[in-house]
Ligand binder design. Structure first.
Ligand code: SAM
Length: 243
């Protein structure tokens, strides 16, 4: 496996994001379960259910990290299909590779070190591109969205799962306390890493809301974009089509 990390040029924000995910990689799956009370599994299941991934398809799991979506999609594409698990962070990819090989789907999955802002894949290559909890870490989101559109086949769709704006007035203050006060403390306690989980809360707050992201997708070239809220808008699943 050639991670080829040195080929990816790193700017300052990218370096910071890299160091965050270098330090969380080993605890990432455990922390995901603990911090979301396991609900991230439901968000991801729903994403897969709506993805339309079928046997034989070629799909990209961008910013795929430790490979939750890759694993589910590898089972769906079967032996005749291919999943590319792409991430800018070598530590996350290594954890993902080990998991997928252990799960017996290693032969259907290719691993690629990639900056979402500048993908090395050809135009019109993938039936489906997923990006779960990755876009908010990207500096030039417009470039990443344009790249996703470029590598999709005509008729293909992108699914972007990301934290978003809570719309319930009851849930909103509870969620703010949780993400800004409790979450970094849990990061400190369990992963011994308060700063990375502080970054997580801040990056969630800075991320564009549902309608802004939908418009960004249209501006990046998508022919159609929609979104659905999950868990009161804590996360939203945006879908974009290339016709
Ligand atoms: N998709 C996985 C999931 O849902 O569990 C991982 C999500 S994790 C919160 C975010 C991932 O985005 C990290 O693995 C990180 O390395 C990756 N990432 C951050 N910036 C990126 C970029 N510019 N290009 C590609 N991946 C990036």
């Amino acid at each position: 496996i050639d991670f080829g990390f040195s080929q990816v040029p790193l700017n300052e924000k990218v370096k910071k994001v890299k160091s965050v995910f270098d330090s969380v990689a080993d605890n990432y799956d455990l922390m995901n379960d603990v911090m979301s009370l396991g609900i991230h599994r439901l968000w991801k299941q729903q994403t897969i259910a709506l993805s339309g991934v079928r046997p034989g398809m070629t799909v990209l799991d961008l910013a795929g990290g430790t490979g939750d979506l890759s694993l589910a999609m590898a089972k769906k594409v079967g032996k005749t299909g291919t999943v590319v698990l792409a991430d800018i962070n070598e530590s996350m990819l290594r954890v993902g590779r080990d998991r997928l090989i252990d799960a017996g789907v290693g032969s259907q999955v290719k691993f690629n070190v990639a900056n979402a802002e500048a993908l090395s894949f050809p135009d019109n290559h993938f039936d489906v591109v997923t990006m779960a909890f990755g876009l908010r870490n990207v500096t030039h989101k417009d470039q990443a969205l344009a790249e996703i559109y470029r590598v999709l086949k005509p008729g293909g769709q992108a699914l972007i799962l990301e934290f978003s704006k809570v719309h319930s007035p009851l849930l909103s203050p509870v969620y703010d306390v949780y993400s800004f006060k409790i979450l970094p403390k849990m990061g400190k306690l369990i992963a011994k890493d308060e700063a990375s989980y502080q970054y997580l809360a801040e990056s969630i707050r800075m991320h564009p809301d549902q309608d802004t992201l939908k418009q960004m997708m249209l501006d990046a070239g998508f022919d159609r974009a929609t979104y659905m809220n999950m868990t009161g808008g804590i996360v939203a699943l945006h879908r974009g089509w290339k016709f």
